[in-house]
Design a binder for this molecule. Structure first.
Ligand code: 0RA
Length: 645
């Protein structure tokens, strides 16, 4: 190395180091957070690179494993990360990719165009946030390796053997000093995302193996995800628990104004609208220009068809945008070279040019479909008319909700025991099952900042109810008015206005038994379908009352699981009484405060949506018509269902 080169190399490597240090100092800037989400993001970051390789046409298999020690290995059969000496940096390109922030696939734009800037912060971030990482590359007939500790190379890239394959293998152990809560990977979370990726990128075989445990036959838990038809199959999977209204999924795939667009949709006999949108494989749950394009294309095309059909002639009121989307399940996936993300969680696409591209694509697809399938076309228009009539009825019910909400003080539901604090950020409301538990909670609470809203028995299953029934339901109306949330715009009758939200913590408090968890699920279904923004903004929590009270003389302890109960029993060593709490009602006010409501000691579980399409599928299954899949789910997740055993 010439003197000059050496200088340049060391200067740059210092810069690289600084970049890596910065990732470790401010991990959330790069991966969102250092909780469960960020932890799983590390895997997605590496897999994204392999997906890019596949999209460029060089890779068709990706294998992910959770190893025995909890580390992750991903392996692909792509070209392998280049290992030749990088001209500018003076070290192996592999080292550059692994240690330079923002290098990723971008460093060689011409030979790696497809992925250039599509997404991600690069594998170097994963490296920076791992205690240990090993990269193995099969390329040019040789096997190459390099290892790192907290992002620092332990030795230069070296060749360790020969191979007739190509590809990249990355093994990493997340740094527990960064991910302080936990470094334990969830099989289900990874499986959900990998399945989604397989649907979004058809033709790639993706597998997940969990080597931490074996099943009854002594095999590792393992799944393969592969989709031949992409979004079309994704829709069938999502809507598997619903009754289709039309023959089959309507879908299209193409490029409009240089923007790759994929759309698939179906109508079912439910009253829910179910739109999922993606940009560069990332779920854009705040929507954006691609979703607007979809809505526009759908509305104009169906409206044109319906008008021409004469079926609307007798209708006495206007059809609105969301009438076209009742019972619709759809996925829109676009690839955008330089996406601009906006919104609270940066998951709203802002690129203006995308709207027209998607709208045109959808119009063309639908025009053809309606033309070729007149029976389905008629079914859809009839469904739209029914939706419009129901909306008309719902409007009145909704206006009543709204009128009540805008009235101050007197407008609050009589059953609500409000708190005295006025600042919503400090305020909590407990939604409590039943009047008696409600009474205990009312006595036990700190009335300064805790409000109680008792709910009567089983609340309406919104999964099966038409919108106007939902808005007419008294318990649900009470929730709207108590929370101070208003609803409805021209475009979208369910759109929420959260500016007057009265409590920043909304806590669902139910018995810790099967009935209680059923009621909690009903309430959650309502929030998921009608107030998703509240979940997304992190306002919804679930209280966790204890299952046991263990007493010895004047000493008492609570336990939240059988294991905990047994541990405490062992500690007390005999002479104990154990009380099993069957419901909140068995606790007195003080006990309820101590264990479940006092912010100093309670555990609140925040409700999050890790995977929107998966959550949708699970709610449609748990609360829908079909019994067998529900039974299967409950059997698989028996730990939760068993609490009452
Ligand atoms: C930079 C350039 C090239 C490929 C890759 C990176 C690459 C990165 C990863 C990460 C996981 N698997 C990967 N596979 C490839 C282009 C290679 C070429 O031009 O031959």
């Amino acid at each position: 190395m010439s003197e000059e080169n050496k200088k340049a190399y060391s200067a740059d490597s210092i810069q690289a180091l600084e970049g890596m240090e910065h990732v470790r100092m401010r991990p959330s800037m790069y991966i969102g957070d250092v909780g469960n989400r960020g932890l799983h993001h590390l895997v997605y970051e590496v897999v994204d690179n392999s997906i890019d390789e596949a999209m460029a046409g060089y890779c068709d298999r990706i294998d992910v494993a959770i190893n025995e020690d909890g580390s992750i290995t991903t392996q692909d059969n792509g070209r392998g990360i280049p290992v030749d000496i990088h001209k500018k940096e003076g070290v192996s390109a592999l080292e550059v990719v692994m240690t330079k922030i923002g290098a990723g696939g971008k460093f060689d734009k011409d030979s790696y165009k497809v992925s250039g800037g599509l997404h991600g912060v690069g594998v170097s971030c994963v490296n920076a946030l791992s205690n240990h990482l090993r990269a193995e590359v099969h390329r040019q007939g040789k096997v190459w390796e390099q290892e790192y500790e907290r992002g620092k190379p332990l030795y230069p890239v070296r060749s360790i053997g020969e191979t007739d394959k190509t590809g990249t293998i990355v093994t990493f152990m997340p740094d527990d000093s960064i991910f302080k809560d936990s470094t334990r990977y969830s099989y289900d979370t990874l499986a959900g995302r990998l399945r989604e990726l397989a649907f979004l990128n058809k033709g790639i075989k993706i597998s997940l193996t969990d080597k931490r445990e074996v099943d009854k036959e002594g095999n590792f838990i393992r799944e393969e995800f592969f989709s031949e038809e992409g979004l079309k199959e994704f829709i069938r999977f999502l809507d598997g628990n619903r009754e289709p209204l039309i023959t089959d999924v309507v879908s299209m795939e193409g490029e409009k104004n240089d923007i790759p667009v994929e759309v698939a949709m179906i109508y079912n006999n439910s009253y829910n609208e179910n739109l999922h949108s993606y940009v560069n494989n990332i779920n854009t749950h705040e929507g954006g220009t691609h979703l607007s394009g979809f809505r526009r294309g759908l509305t104009t095309t169906l409206k044109k068809y319906a008008d021409a059909s004469g079926m609307l002639d007798k209708l006495k009121f206007e059809i609105s945008g969301d009438d076209f989307r009742e019972g619709l399940t759809a996925i829109v996936s676009v690839k955008v070279a330089e996406p601009q993300f906006e919104g609270q969680t940066k998951t709203k696409l802002g690129n203006r040019e995308v709207t027209a591209a998607v709208s045109q694509a959808v119009s063309e697809m639908l025009e053809n479909y309606l033309e070729e399938n007149p029976n389905d076309a008629k079914t859809i228009v009839q469904k739209v008319i029914l939706a419009a009539q129901a909306r008309h009825a719902a409007k009145k019910a909704r206006e009543m909700v709204q009128r009540k909400t805008v009235m101050s003080g007197g407008g609050l539901p009589g059953k609500l025991s409000d708190c005295s604090e006025q600042d919503p950020e400090q305020c909590e409301v407990f939604l409590v099952e039943g009047d008696s538990a409600g009474g205990t909670a009312k006595q036990g609470r700190d009335r300064k900042f805790q409000a109680i809203l008792p709910l009567r028995g089983k609340i309406l299953n919104v999964e099966k109810a038409m919108q106007h029934k939902v808005f007419e339901n008294e318990e649900i109306r009470n929730i709207y008015t108590a929370l101070g949330v208003t609803i409805g715009t021209e475009e979208d009758s369910k759109a929420l206005n959260l500016s007057k939200l009265r409590y920043h913590k909304i806590v669902i408090m139910c018995d810790a038994d099967v009935d209680g968890s059923h009621i909690a699920t009903l309430i959650l279904t309502f929030f998921f379908r009608y107030m998703k923004e509240l979940i997304e903004a992190g306002h919804i929590y679930i209280a966790t009352p204890p299952l046991y009270l263990i007493k010895k003389g004047s000493k008492k302890r609570y336990a939240w699981s059988e294991k905990e109960r047994d541990e405490i029993a062992a500690e007390y060593a005999g002479g104990i009484t154990v009380q099993r709490y069957k419901g909140l009602g068995e606790m007195n006010a003080e006990q309820l405060w101590d264990t479940t409501m006092n912010p100093e000691f309670r555990t609140l579980r925040q409700v999050t949506i890790d995977n929107g399409s998966e959550a949708d599928r699970i709610f449609s299954m748990l609360m829908g018509d079909e019994v067998p899949p529900r039974r299967e789910f409950i059997e698989k997740n028996a730990v939760y269902a068993n609490i009452d055993a």
